[in-house]
Design a protein around this ligand. Structure first.
Ligand code: NAD
Length: 468
């Protein structure tokens, strides 16, 4: 029995909600391949039939251009769900394995089973993708789920709350809208898995709450993702690809390049190339470009202005801000102070500090002296340099000679390491993360040798020592 004595009042309706989902799970209907496929197809239909409404909601919440709305939220999620749907039947099959010498005779297998009732908590920056992609994993694995969209993307949150019950099994999936009080009350419930995407700070809150129930967590967190530009990099391409990662959603991307470590000999040329790329991307007028997003709200706009004001470096590109329009230009700050907030906190906006390093080795040392990042980027034309960076650093993922794109491959698990997260998803790992792999050994009734049973004897131990 769960101790409910310390529960808040807000938790009471959620207790009933989770109980209802648990009843559905216990009924066993979420386990069948047909049910799972129906839910995944439901998500695909939801995305297809409501493309215009969801694109509008993304524009309302984030000023998101429709191309980015499709590439990073709607189309991205469709590709992920489609991949899971295609492979699901194979992933669900129990796998026969060799039982091992000491278990002979016998048959061994690994049986994937759903966990139960799961909780998926999403952030605001890719509000559709980051709720629906993990939710698809939970349903593909045969679980029930509570989906909690972000209150900071209210139009998307409202659209998802209205649409999801129309396309999914309402007795197996519930949407809870709200912010800190609602999430806190939800976390008082007992779940079988909590999948959280958001900040490292709130990740700690979630893990602490889950620990009370010994509930396992997946934490998809953030941090400062560095970009190394070696002297031998193609600077035209590097500038465009770094800017691509920083321009997307105005830098409000967990794997946006946070700062650049450029070898000193090419630092100034890289800044010039970035300036050219900013012009090119925005037709010379970023302020009025239809392809450039806005900062999500006033609070984050203020936070970013503070990072810029206290950077203690040289603004080489951009610098324009407009609070009324929640606009901040792509801004490159050369040589900010290392103890300034812009070099201490995750930026999560369109500000890009650039620091000079004497060598790639120095850049590796700089990165290793800081918390393990979610993503790491290296631009070089020498494979050995890239391999050295991969071998000598630790990060959730690496993309060589580009930014962001490693998130899109269904064969690459996506997740952090250390303070940038724990666990991973996408493709097969989306199924794995919501699945318990149950080990099963089946023994025949006969023979039943007495070797392992007491009374023990020296000859039995001798034999055992030979076998094991
Ligand atoms: P956040 O941590 O503030 O909020 C995330 C979710 O947690 C929201 O649904 C919110 O309602 C809830 N929440 C907020 N405070 C809470 C509290 N005290 N207790 C319980 N729940 C709480 O994050 P955000 O601002 O929405 O998103 C930005 C952060 O998310 C950045 O750090 C970014 O790097 C990270 N992020 C990571 C990934 C990834 O895949 N690793 C993807 C997107 C964003």
């Amino acid at each position: 029995m769960t101790d409910t004595s310390e529960r808040t009042d807000a938790a009471v309706p959620f207790a009933e909600l989770v109980e209802g989902l648990r009843d559905t799970f216990k009924s066993g209907r979420t386990r069948s391949l047909d049910w799972r496929r129906e839910q995944l197809k439901g998500i695909l239909r939801l995305l297809e039939e409501n493309d215009a409404e969801l694109t509008r909601a993304l524009a309302e919440d984030l000023g998101r251009p429709s191309t980015e709305a499709y590439a990073a939220d709607l189309g991205f999620t469709k590709a992920e769900v489609g991949y899971v749907l295609k492979h699901l039947a194979g992933w669900m099959k129990p796998k026969r394995v060799m039982p091992g010498l000491t278990s002979l005779p016998g048959r061994a297998k690994i049986v994937p089973e759903p966990l139960g009732v799961t909780l998926v908590i999403a952030p605001w920056n890719y509000p559709i993708q980051l709720l629906l992609a993990p939710l698809a994993g939970a349903l593909a694995a045969g679980n029930c789920a509570v989906a909690k969209p972000s209150e900071l993307a209210p139009a998307c949150s409202a659209a998802l709350a209205r649409l999801l019950p129309r396309y999914l099994d309402e007795e197996a999936v519930a949407v809870v809208e709200g912010g800190v009080p609602e999430t806190t009350a939800l976390l008082e419930q007992t779940f079988d898995h909590v999948f959280f995407t958001g900040s490292t700070r709130v990740g700690q809150v979630v893990m602490e709450a889950a620990a009370k129930h010994l509930t396992p967590v997946t934490l998809e967190l953030g941090g400062k993702s560095p970009t190394i530009v070696a002297a031998d990099a193609d600077l035209d391409v590097a500038a465009r690809r770094i800017l691509f990662g920083k321009h997307l959603n105005a830098g409000q991307t967990c794997i946006a390049p946070d700062y650049v470590l450029a070898e000193a000999s090419i630092r100034d040329r890289l800044v010039d190339k970035l300036a050219e790329a900013v012009e090119e991307f925005n037709g010379g007028d970023q302020r009025h470009s239809p392809d450039y997003s806005r900062i999500v709200n006033e609070g984050h706009h203020r936070r970013l202005c503070h990072l810029l004001d206290t950077a203690d470096g040289t603004v080489a590109i951009g610098g324009e801000v407009d609070a009324d329009d929640r606009y901040i230009a792509t801004t490159v700050v050369v040589d900010p102070a290392l103890d300034a907030p812009i070099m201490q906190e995750e930026i999560f906006g369109p500000l890009l500090p650039i620091l000079s390093v004497g060598s790639v080795d120095e850049a590796i040392g700089f990165i290793n002296a800081r918390p393990k990042p979610l993503a790491l980027y290296v631009f070089t034309s020498d494979d050995r340099t890239a391999e050295k960076v991969i071998a000598q650093t630790s990060s959730g993922g690496v993309c060589v000679n580009h930014t962001i794109l490693h998130i899109g491959s269904p064969n690459l698990p996506f997740g952090g390491v250390g303070p940038s997260g724990m666990g991973a998803y996408h493709g097969r790992t989306s199924f794995d993360v919501f699945t318990h792999y149950k080990s099963v050994l089946a023994k025949p009734i006969k023979p039943d040798p007495k070797l392992m049973y007491p009374p023990y004897a020296a000859w039995k131990e001798k034999l055992m020592r030979k076998a094991m």
